[in-house]
Design a protein around this ligand. Structure first.
Ligand SMILES: CC(C)(COP(=O)(O)OP(=O)(O)OC[C@H]1O[C@@H](n2cnc3c(N)ncnc32)[C@H](O)[C@@H]1OP(=O)(O)O)[C@@H](O)C(=O)NCCC(=O)NCCS
Length: 225
């Protein structure tokens, strides 16, 4: 398996980005041989599983950069784990078991973006009170019980995507209860379910989008102005 352009994740980013972000995704285990020297110099001490997911994310990011017409460039992690994007670019990387993705955009087009992928149902019910606020838990309780674990994980994923979108711009470290996620509409989906999201966090309201495909949830936020 190698990385490929992701129409799915681009459709999640289109919610408020007008197709100005490019996304790529990859199934399977990442190949450490695809890392560039500046990246492997940092990663070589890590456990093999961590190196593989790191490589899978970088491979996706480089494919997306190539689609923007850019040559392969390193994206070493900064001390806080944020990728160092090449000058003039912003982006986001995510991985969960068997899946990795990245999205990039020119900073002239988007100030920031955040994407997050989770396996459906990954958020165990005993963690819900830590991750979800009162209103989110009340909303969840109104959903059909077989779907509650899915929606709890969607909200968790959206908080992670929002964190990755805002942190490079604001420097904020947010607690989970400092963001409230609204799931705006659920088409009740046959196949690829797509839904609109809204995050409210420290006075900011930003639309986003989420989707579920083949057991993977992905959520995305873009910050334009
Ligand atoms: C950073 C964090 C969001 C990553 O999410 P995750 O679901 O654990 O893991 P993912 O695979 O989806 O994403 C990991 C990628 O996020 C990116 N990332 C890490 N820190 C980041 C930051 N501060 N800003 C933007 N992106 C970041 C990296 O590219 C990382 O992959 P890499 O290390 O291979 O490069 C999460 O671990 C974290 O620390 N969260 C802080 C607390 C929080 O989320 N609060 C919720 C606020 S509402």
């Amino acid at each position: 398996m190698t990385a490929r352009r992701s129409a799915w994740i681009e459709s999640l980013l289109d919610a408020n980005a007008n197709a100005i972000a490019i996304a790529a995704e990859r199934l399977g285990t990442g190949d450490p041989a695809t890392l560039l020297p500046e990246e492997s110099a940092i990663a070589h001490r890590w456990a093999p599983k961590r190196i593989a997911e790191f490589a899978a994310g970088r491979e996706c990011a480089r494919l997306a950069m190539q689609a923007l017409g850019l040559p392969p460039q390193p994206m070493p992690p900064q001390p806080d784990r944020r990728p160092r994007w090449p000058e003039g670019l912003t982006g986001s990387i995510t991985h969960c078991q068997g899946f990795a993705a990245a999205a990039v955009a020119r900073t002239g087009a988007l100030r920031s973006l955040g994407i997050d992928a989770e396996l459906v149902g990954a958020l165990e019910p005993d963690l819900w009170p830590r991750i979800l606020g009162d209103e989110e838990q009340q909303w969840l309780a109104r959903q059909p019980s077989p779907q509650q674990r899915l929606w709890a994980t969607v909200i968790f994923s959206a908080k992670e995507a929002w964190y990755k979108c805002q942190n490079p711009l604001t420097g904020w470290f947010l607690e989970f209860h400092e963001a409230r996620i609204h799931v705006q509409n659920d088409p009740g989906g046959q196949g690829e379910a797509l839904f609109d999201l809204l995050v409210e966090s420290r006075g900011i309201r930003l639309p986003g989008r989420g989707g579920v495909r083949e057991g993977v949830i992905c959520t995305a936020f873009t910050w334009r102005e």
